[in-house]
Design a protein around this ligand. Structure first.
Ligand code: NAI
Ligand code: MG
Length: 350
């Protein structure tokens, strides 16, 4: 729209969330200094503190305010003092659903100088560089289920996975388009269609049908259990992976582990049609075990800021952030640095 103000909503959240977000904002500032663009940030207090104080998770008024922003930067939500599921189901998932962030993008790239737990020279001599396109609004995460006779020997619990042709097709098409834009032009569908036949065959047929529109892109299929084997033994085979919400959640933790750990894993929840803001966040949670000690690695958040810049069409700045992270990673060694020290180091490269 030609505006030189970007309205950014910031949700620090719980635990280490605010600590890592502060470093993300520091790097955002450094990366965009002198470009004439102002990043106008508005902080939103969501998470455990708000829930304890008011009983609220995500008030409608806050959701509507968030909707008016150009993008959202999120730290993490979740705290041991709040019953499991209250904040996850009350804040995170409603945001992704209401803002139609159906593409949950999770890159896995092994940067030079980063130690992988794998013998990379042997299992991935050409490196590890793939991206998981995880469906963000359907699957078993929609809350379609219930419990009866809770706490009795006859308790019943259901958690129904919802897969719509519309929802599967839009994320599959996005994944194909991403694969087409990458050098290797390869797409792997990960599912379990030999057992989850109803949803699995919907995904399989959709990939076959949408694939016709992308003749340059080669495709492969793996059952999710086999995919976990190859993520450990042959991760170089992957380029773009498309998968459902639950499988994507699980395999992206493995993906993070093989490229240097959860402290480096970035993600984006994208609304490709831009009918609502997209949201950028580290893959990790609030890490209550290290919260308040300045021990958290802010790199995942900083790389998420890079994805935010890319989404806003600021590819040069996004590339500069990634290069600054790359330079810092290459020179890290074994030195123990605090959260702000890592942020300062990356910002100073910029
Ligand atoms: P977690 O990711 O918070 O922590 C797992 C382990 O990784 C911990 O040992 C932690 O110290 C370490 N870790 C995480 N981030 C790190 C970083 N940046 N630097 C260094 N070490 C790091 O996962 P956990 O413990 O399962 O969940 C804690 C809370 O976070 C829960 O309430 C959970 O629901 C929530 N959560 C929220 C997410 C979100 O906001 N998107 C995602 C995952 C979990
Ligand atoms: Mg997860």
């Amino acid at each position: 729209t030609g505006t030189d103000t970007v309205n950014l909503a910031v949700i620090g959240g719980d635990g280490i969330g605010p600590e890592v977000v502060a470093e993300g904002l520091k790097v955002l500032e450094a990366a965009t200094a002198g470009t004439g663009t102002k990043f106008h940030t508005t902080e939103y207090d969501l998470g455990a503190r708000r829930w304890h104080a008011t009983g609220e998770t995500l008030p409608d008024s806050v959701l509507e305010e968030l909707r008016g922003h150009d993008a959202i930067l999120l730290g993490a939500i979740g705290d041991p003092t709040v019953p499991s599921g209250v904040l996850e189901r009350g804040v995170l998932l409603p945001l992704r659903f209401a803002l139609e962030q159906y593409v949950n993008l999770r890159p896995a790239k092994l940067f030079p100088g980063v130690q992988s737990p794998l013998a990379v020279e042997r299992v991935a001599p050409d490196g590890i560089d793939f991206v998981v396109v995880r469906e963000g609004t359907e699957g078993p995460y929609v809350g379609n289920g219930g419990a009866l006779r809770t706490g009795t020997p006859h308790e019943i619990a259901t958690e129904v996975s919802v897969n719509t042709r519309f929802g599967v097709e839009r994320v599959v098409r996005d994944a194909f388009a991403r694969a087409q834009g990458r050098p290797r032009q390869h797409l792997t569908l990960v599912h379990k269609h030999n057992v989850l036949t109803h949803a699995g065959h919907l995904w399989r047929r959709t990939v076959e049908e949408v694939g016709v529109e992308f003749p340059e892109v080669t495709t492969a299929y793996q059952h999710v259990d086999a995919a976990t084997i190859f993520l450990a033994t042959d991760p170089g085979r992957f380029d773009v992976i498309v998968t459902d919400n639950l499988f994507g959640d699980i395999i992206t933790d493995i993906a993070a582990a093989i490229v240097g750990g959860i402290g480096l894993a970035a993600s984006a929840n994208i609304n490709p049609e831009r009918t609502a803001p997209s949201m950028f966040e580290p893959v990790h949670g609030s890490a209550p075990d290290i919260a308040g000690q300045a021990k958290a690695d802010p790199t995942a958040t900083i790389l998420s800021v890079g994805m935010l810049l890319e989404h806003l069409g600021r590819s040069d700045e996004a590339a500069r952030v990634e290069r600054a992270v790359e330079a810092d990673l290459a020179s890290r060694g074994d030195a123990v640095r605090s959260t702000p020290e890592v942020g300062d180091a990356i910002a100073s490269v910029l």
